[in-house]
Design a protein around this ligand. Sequence first.
Ligand SMILES: C[S@@+](CC[C@H](N)C(=O)[O-])C[C@H]1O[C@@H](n2cnc3c(N)ncnc32)[C@H](O)[C@@H]1O
Length: 223
Amino acid sequence: MIPRILEPESMEGPDEVAQYDAMDHRAVNDRFTADFLAAHGPCRGGEIVDVGTGTARIPIALALADPMARIVGVDLAPAMLERAARNVEEAGLADRIRFIPGDAKLPHSLGDARFEAVISNTIIHHIPDPAPALATMFEHLEPGGTLMIRDLARPDDEETLAALVEQYAAGESAEARELFRASLHAALTVEEAAMLAATVGLPAGCVSRTSDRHWTLLWKQPD
Ligand SMILES: C[S@@+](CC[C@H](N)C(=O)[O-])C[C@H]1O[C@@H](n2cnc3c(N)ncnc32)[C@H](O)[C@@H]1O
């Protein structure tokens, strides 16, 4: 088992933001959106919060896939939110996607609001102790709501990690390949993600491996 090696939590610098936004995540974003809608069903018109929204590629994909989707994106990094707002404007979706700056680790960072769904993609690996962030996501879920968190899964050994970088980032820049490699190193294993779920009382079965490089936590809050 390779150790977890952390990477910086917030993605702040303009270069880092531009580089992240230039990477082609369409396939994983579309899969995230399709899996979310399959689990949640059609959006009901309430707000959905995307925690660690980055440059808002998932909110945009979701709003395009479901005309009833309304999303609020939250992120720690102002530079990410600036680019996110520009992307949403360009997509013509500013009437259905809004943003608030916030730190998911802080309790009540979204005020008292409860959301139709709480979604989050590839932020857990940025957070040294992600338990408080999961607690925040959980506390903002309304009855009947869907919680879907997906992240990279740390491989068992360096050979598997190198093979994943080769398979999925071969066509990217050297910096982007390095970012992917560092993110795989910083990720939780599937077993660690199940232990994380237990910190808010969720059963281990709500976490599963959903690709050769991802785990997903999926939970429907009882009505
Ligand atoms: C790898 S990016 C993923 C962005 C987006 N979810 C996506 O799938 O494209 C991780 C994002 O999480 C944000 N982030 C990290 N820690 C956070 C925290 N504690 N609260 C809110 N956002 C956070 C970073 O600033 C960054 O924008």
